[in-house]
Design a protein. Structure first.
Length: 160
């Protein structure tokens, strides 16, 4: 079952990239306070994710903050080492927090997994964007395809 508006975000263990390697974290702590924009991508270093989705949020971070967003978080079914390298390659800095959901535990808890085995990617996250208020989903936009129509930074800004 897919998470829906009004649902509390699941509290599961994930990892975030740290200076000395992966750091365990709980999604309840990462996403549970203030206004958070959470977006999920099928994979770091994949074309749409790297060329448009993540860079859009990096470029629009100040605009999102001006609309009251306390934190922007990107989650992908990749390991923390890949997420760190992806963040460095995209000059993410402190603008977007990167979350590694290497075994898709969080993605499965959200009900937003997709099977991309046919394309050689295995189980991944659907592309989506959610607005959270103190850990509760107030808006959820899930892409019907691998395109970037409803989950871009501009689409989120239009809803704030």
């Amino acid at each position: 079952m897919t998470i829906a508006v009004g649902d509390k975000i699941p509290d599961v263990r994930v990892q975030v990239p740290g200076p000395d390697g992966p750091v365990p974290a709980q999604t309840g702590e990462l996403l549970g306070q203030g206004k958070v924009v959470l977006f999920g991508v099928p994979g770091a270093f994949t074309p749409t994710c790297s060329d448009y989705h993540l860079p859009g949020f990096v470029l629009r971070a100040e605009d999102l903050e001006a609309k009251g967003v306390d934190k922007i978080v990107c989650v992908s079914v990749n390991d923390a080492f890949v997420m760190k390298a992806w963040g460095e390659a995209n000059d993410v800095g402190e603008k977007v927090a990167l979350v590694a959901d290497g075994s898709a535990v969080f993605t499965n808890a959200l009900g937003l997994e997709t099977d991309l085995t046919g394309g050689g990617l295995g189980i991944r996250s659907k592309r989506y964007a959610a607005i959270l208020e103190d850990g509760v989903v107030t808006d959820l936009a899930v892409e019907e395809t691998l395109g970037l129509d409803v989950s871009s930074a501009d689409a989120v800004l239009a809803k704030l």
